[in-house]
Design a protein around this ligand. Structure first.
Ligand code: PLP
Length: 400
């Protein structure tokens, strides 16, 4: 309400007040992940785009991205005319495997996008070593791991730039939103310019009120700014993040022991050091029960969603077969001779990603924000599903 009645709804307008929520949130969030600078923006995809632009990724460059992730990780690269090289995942964490990254490096590789996925952290320490040895840039995508940590440091503090999404389903959410954080003043300058039509933060009061942005230019950006409403929601949310993460971790432990007792499904998590530093964005459950595997992840997640009234879904489809991933529709790629074959998603081998898709379903993180009765209900739903799996298969056949 304060923002609604104020003279500032966004940093791209003048205001009578010197302090914007956007700048306060950008600084607070950057400091919470031990970074010097933060540039809030309109989405995680926008944050990926300005991060790639700030480090100079463009046509001819290859960027290694996981073969199993949200499509934006690859499409942000393709939109710039660069080649997303899809690397397979590690089956025990569902995150990009360092060995697959090493195997994918070519003379054209410029950067590696290290993405933390579901309830796991990618082995960013090993990826950083590979990047250091091979002279590559590491960009961290922590859109699914707000508030996590590893023995090497806090998630969001790795690589030259880290990005986050604050889209509605995320651990810290504002409907839509994103941020790029960095320690490098030069990159901070570029990130700002790419997200605000070439403008950077100003501290000077101008005629007619304070203006958050100075018309510096020198770079052709876009308007990818975050509104004051979103920044205020996030500034408040960031204070709850740690306690919510702790609660989710406790409830995940409870769910895990119930699943051990039931059998047939188990939570998939990384086995990196610092077990307390993990987060639970989506909770992937791997099925090892023949009857459930025969039903498949689509039917199992539909049945469990109906039973529990929760949005349970299969994993993201691997990018070699994901209908959302269409790199040839990027004009920069389609019009560059010889690039089409190079970008073709089907040229990449992703056996671990494909196998993981066939055996996993994913619960949303909010199902861990309740208490033990909710965890008991999830376990009971899974037990019922397991007991009824053969009957469900018959019903499914008969309905076709
Ligand atoms: C790993 C990852 N990166 C990037 C994004 C893109 O974020 P947004 O949806 O805010 O554009 C997402 C969104 O789901 C994501 O999961």
């Amino acid at each position: 309400m304060e923002i609604l009645h104020s003279s500032r709804w966004t940093i791209t307008a003048r205001s009578r007040h010197p302090d914007s929520y956007e700048r306060r949130f950008g600084t607070a969030f950057a400091h919470s992940v031990r970074r010097a600078f933060g540039v809030p923006c309109s989405s995680g995809s926008a944050a990926l785009t300005i991060a790639l632009q700030a480090v100079g990724i463009g046509p001819g460059d290859e960027v290694i991205v996981p073969g199993l992730t949200w499509v934006a990780c690859a499409s942000a690269v393709a939109h710039l005319g660069a080649v997303p090289v899809l690397a397979d995942i590690c089956p025990t964490s569902l995150c990009m495997a360092p060995e697959a990254v090493e195997a994918a490096i070519t003379p054209a590789t410029r950067a590696v996008l290290a993405v933390h996925m579901y309830a796991s952290r990618v082995d960013v320490g090993r990826l950083q070593n590979i990047c250091d040895e091979r002279g590559l840039l590491l960009i961290e995508d922590a859109s699914q791991a707000h508030g996590g940590s590893l023995s090497e440091g806090v998630i969001g503090s790795f690589g030259v730039i880290s990005i986050f999404s604050f889209q509605q389903t995320k651990l810290l959410a504002a409907g839509e939103g994103g941020i790029a954080v960095t320690d490098d003043p030069g990159l901070f300058d570029k990130l700002q310019k790419f997200r605000a039509d070439g403008r950077i933060y100003s501290d000077a009061p101008l005629d007619g009120g304070f203006y958050d942005l100075s018309d510096i230019g020198g770079v052709m950006g876009r308007n990818l700014c975050m509104s004051e409403f979103h920044a205020a929601i996030l500034l408040e949310g960031v204070q709850r993040l740690d306690s919510e993460n702790r609660h989710r971790a406790t409830m995940a432990g409870e769910l895990s022991s119930r699943l051990d007792a039931i059998g047939g499904m188990a939570i998939v998590r990384d086995d990196l050091a610092e077990p307390d530093g993990g987060t639970f964005y989506k909770i992937p459950l791997s099925m090892d029960d023949e009857a459930l595997l025969r039903l498949g992840p689509v039917l199992v997640s539909r049945a469990l969603s109906a039973e529990l009234n929760l949005p349970i879904a299969p994993l993201d489809l691997p990018l070699d077969r994901n209908p959302l991933y269409q790199p040839l529709t990027s004009p920069l790629i389609a019009r560059t001779p010889g690039l089409a074959d190079h970008v073709d998603p089907q040229r990449f081998q992703l056996p671990n990603a494909v196998a993981a898709w066939g055996r996993c379903i994913a619960l949303p993180h909010e199902c861990l924000l309740g208490g033990l009765p909710e965890v008991d209900a999830i376990a009971a739903g899974i037990e019922k599903l397991r007991a009824q799996a053969s009957r469900l298969a018959v019903l499914d056949r008969e309905s076709k």
